[in-house]
Design a protein around this ligand. Structure first.
Ligand code: NAD
Length: 488
């Protein structure tokens, strides 16, 4: 039996004992995860420096703080999330208990990506633990140092319930042959399709957190200086290797030079004149991605940057101007520090450009006009829309994070993670009295019974507290009437 098969079997076995169901157990595991982050902070920081040249503070900012926030939120809200959720009733069920009971799905497979390897791998795990599942975590082999650190989780979490399985494509494929109750995958759309195919063999539901080209429209009616500061930050953080980074800019030709000028000033301010020797500017994950990125620049005009060093996987913060939709850089998600500017004439053309392509994970619009922002919301579709800033919607745990169409399926963060990895079971508890009310459903199905069924099933009721008593009385009267009529 393979290591992967063994891990899944073991996790299922312990899940079936019911060990992960009590909330106390889940809270303890979440606290252990928190302890892993605190005690292994140095290992995590060192690994991310080696994998992506992340600075200590940016690791804290972009990998750790959000994760700790998610754990704390889950610990404090778990009792509320896991409690039965009463729902409104219809006239037929007015005296019954009707509620949603969240229950664990079973064994979850979490497949992580390499760009924010701690955040995108462990945040789904928070949801899996909170929801009471067992979970197999498969960190990305591409960020190999971080994957090694994640193996240390076995000293913190229940190792039978939450094993970490490291490895590359063959190991992931072996895992995908196994039967899971949910697969949570973060990565590119091509592999996303393979994951979905594998899941379909067992009818396993999936969450796919994918990427794509997130457009950024700059309206000429906006503070271009501020817009460019926020865009420069959103684009070049982690060297552009952010799933929700603005992929390209859409703006009118009349403001293109101003945009380039402002971005240039921000690059200098944020990363100095020499980003290569600046400690807070990252590196491309590996040579394969480096070569891919360099090839994307080939047929475009470089307005800023463009210099690189293959040995160090360094690519300077780069802006390309007058890019067309046929340019190489517009054919795939960039996922690197290259920012093309495509000129269009106004919001209508921008919307058309966006709608002719796959639905993005994020859509950014910079404008002082509320009308323009609202138009962008109503006339396009994307995983998220953010006006006048970049990336920060990721930090709001009350907003579902996820894509639509080609940018993904499913959502997480905060309570959404809990719900995504739970089965929301419908429960109805009736008593064995009031049998007379049921006469209308038993054969023979007369026209009169049908009329009564219409009243009972189609009548909209509002069970706010002060009306509840009156409605119960009304139903009782109705029931009595029905009984009389039917028993006559
Ligand atoms: P990656 O290469 O690390 O792959 C992701 C995972 O898929 C890894 O664990 C890897 O082992 C596995 N994998 C790769 N090839 C496979 C195959 N043939 N069969 C089975 N498993 C395989 O990461 P990546 O895909 O390069 O990540 C970058 C992409 O992820 C970008 O498109 C980015 O936008 C997206 N992303 C999305 C989010 C999000 O939250 N939506 C977050 C981060 C990254």
């Amino acid at each position: 039996m393979s290591r992967e098969q063994l891990a899944v079997q073991q996790a299922r076995k312990v899940f079936l004992t019911g060990r992960s169901k009590p909330l106390q157990y889940r809270i303890q595991q979440l606290k252990n995860l928190s302890r892993f982050i605190t005690e292994r902070e140095k290992d995590i920081t060192d690994a991310l420096r080696k994998d992506l040249y992340k600075s200590e503070n940016s690791t804290q900012l972009y990998e750790i703080l959000g994760l700790v926030g998610e754990i704390n939120l889950a610990v404090s809200k778990l009792a509320e999330w896991a409690a039965p959720r009463p729902v409104s009733k219809n006239l037929l069920t007015i005296s019954d208990e009707v509620f949603i009971h969240p229950e664990p799905l079973g064994v979850v497979l979490i497949i992580g990506a390499w760009n924010y390897p701690i955040a995108v791998t462990l945040q789904p795990l928070v949801g899996a633990i909170a929801a009471g599942n067992a979970a197999i975590t498969k960190p990305s082999e591409v960020s190999s140092h971080t994957a090694e650190v994640m193996e240390l989780l076995r000293h913190y979490l229940d190792p039978e319930m939450y094993p970490v399985v490291t490895g590359g494509v063959p190991e992931t494929q072996e895992l995908l042959k196994q039967r899971f109750d949910h697969i949570f995958y973060t990565g590119n759309s091509t592999v996303g399709k393979l994951v979905m195919e594998a899941a379909a063999r067992h009818l396993t539901p999936v969450t796919l957190e994918l990427g794509g080209k997130s457009p950024c429209y700059i309206d000429k009616n906006c503070d271009i200086r501020i817009a460019c500061r926020r865009i420069t930050w959103g684009k070049y953080v982690n060297c552009g290797q952010t799933c929700i980074a603005p992929d390209y800019i859409l703006c009118e030709p009349s403001i293109q030079d101003k945009v380039i000028d402002e971005i240039q000033k921000c690059i200098k301010e944020f990363y100095t004149n020499d980003p290569k020797s600046f400690a807070d500017y990252g590196r491309i994950i590996n040579q394969r991605h480096f070569k891919r990125l360099i090839a994307l620049i080939e047929d475009s005009t470089v307005a800023i940057g463009g210099d690189s060093d293959e040995a160090e996987c360094y690519i300077a913060p780069t802006v390309l101007k007058d890019v067309t939709s046929q340019s190489k850089v517009m054919q795939e998600e960039i996922f690197g520090p290259i920012l093309p500017i495509v000129t269009i004439n106004g919001i209508k053309e921008a919307i058309q450009f966006i709608n002719e392509r796959e639905k993005p994970l994020a859509l950014y619009v910079f404008s002082s006009s509320n009308k323009v922002i609202k138009q962008m919301i109503s006339d396009t579709s994307s995983g998220a829309l953010l006006a006048n800033d970049c990336l920060v919607h990721y930090t709001i745990s009350d907003l579902p994070f996820g894509g639509v169409g080609n940018s993904g399926t499913g959502r997480y963060h905060g309570k959404y993670s809990f719900d995504q990895l739970s089965h929301l079971r419908s429960c109805l508890i009736k008593k064995l009295n009031m049998e007379m009310v049921n006469q209308m459903r038993y054969p023979p199905h007369t026209a009169e019974k049908l009329r009564w069924a219409r009243v009972f099933l189609l009548k909209q009721i509002n069970l706010s507290k002060w009306r509840q008593m009156a409605q119960v009385a009304m139903v009782a009267a109705l029931a009595a009437f029905v009984v009389q009529r039917f028993l006559r």
